[in-house]
Design a protein around this ligand. Structure first.
Ligand code: DAH
Length: 347
């Protein structure tokens, strides 16, 4: 018999059997036999080789048309079997209450992180992330922290094998982003500006108490351009504080020291709990500390290959748990990692 005849026969058989199948199992068996990967339609398609070249196109089209027709008939039958009411047993009771699906929520720290990132994104910053297992260069050397700096003591950092460490600060991402930027554009005239924030986990072998944990999160920020000034730093951070804690929030910059910024400052905000009049949280000072910031030290630019005569930048770094604790009124940093649903469900 010709391929045409066989195809017509197959079509008739398949349609008849699809129509006759009265359970999903039978219908599936019909599909496997006719339309499956080694089903009879596939066999016929293999025989297209036998067809004289002049007829190939027509026969091919016909094969495809039959395939589509059978698939549509099969889908239609499948849907009608699914709709069919059960023929035996009790009918479902539509007045029973539905089953609720318990919905999860984002962890409060993730919520805080997303909120901070959102504020900076609206200000034109891009989110960048870096590795938590770091090398000593990006965690210390590139950030102007010399060999004899006390934080480089093994007792202050988690040390892994092969000179790897767990990063003790997200400032590592500043170094990585600047390095990559220089690789791409060169660090001289014409280098496009950088504006990034980098949220992520950081690690220090601290003893755990209500305000310290060996694993915590920071958000780092970096802006580099030809004319970045301390006024930009203050403006951006004051805006961030108002967006995060409310319009009435005041900011205060206290002189400080970080090896990778000069000048360096500590950013305080008016206490979110008492509005600045003095309470237990702010130890009656009216201010709470958010984190460190400053103007990128020229040595950092020099090590990473950015021309420190042409470019200036600001940087900042805050502990996310710390800020989230103020924001959410949480009194113990351990709550964030205990996985106690009674705590987590509140957010
Ligand atoms: N990396 C600092 C820390 O962990 C925080 C910090 C201070 C980051 C000043 C900065 C900065 O970018 O400019 O204590």
């Amino acid at each position: 018999m010709s391929l045409q005849d066989d195809l017509d026969a197959l079509r008739d058989d398949a349609l008849r059997e699809i129509a006759a199948a009265d359970s999903p199992d039978l219908l599936e068996a019909v599909r496997v036999r006719f339309l499956g990967r080694s089903g009879s339609l596939k066999d016929l398609m293999g025989r297209i080789k036998e067809v004289p070249p002049a007829d190939k196109k027509v026969v091919g089209q016909r094969l495809n048309a039959v395939k589509e027709e059978l698939e549509a008939a099969w889908d239609g039958k499948k849907a009608s079997l699914a709709d069919a009411r059960p023929t035996s047993g009790p009918l479902p009771d539509p007045t029973l209450p539905g089953r609720t699906q318990p919905l999860g929520t984002l962890h409060p720290l993730t919520q805080a992180m997303e909120r901070f990132c959102g504020i900076f994104e609206r200000l034109g910053f891009t989110i960048r992330q870096g590795p938590e297992i770091e090398d000593v260069f990006h965690n210390f050397d590139a950030l102007n922290m010399p060999d004899d700096h006390p934080v480089r003591d093994q007792a202050d950092t988690f040390v892994l094998e092969n000179d790897a460490i767990l990063r003790s600060q997200t400032s590592t991402v500043q170094a990585r982003v600047m390095e990559e930027h220089v690789r791409r554009y060169g660090g001289g005239k014409g280098m496009p500006p950088i504006r990034i924030v980098s949220p992520g986990r950081t690690y220090r072998p601290d003893s755990v108490d209500a305000t310290h944990h060996y694993g915590f999160s920071q958000i780092e920020g970096l802006a580099v351009d030809t004319d970045v000034t301390m006024a930009d730093l203050k403006g951006f951070l004051a805006l961030f504080a108002r967006e995060t804690f409310g319009e009435a929030t005041k900011t205060r910059f206290r002189p400080s020291f970080f090896p990778f910024t000069e000048p360096s400052a500590e950013l305080d905000i008016s206490c979110v709990f008492c509005g600045g009049t003095g309470c237990r949280v702010c130890k009656n000072s009216g201010w709470v500390e958010l984190g460190g910031c400053g103007m990128v030290h020229p040595n950092v630019f020099d090590v990473l290959g950015i021309d420190s005569e042409l470019f200036t930048g600001f940087a900042f770094g805050f502990g996310i748990e710390r800020v989230a604790m103020f924001m959410l009124g949480v009194d113990d940093i351990r709550r964030f990692s205990e996985n106690d649903l009674r705590f987590l469900r509140q957010f």
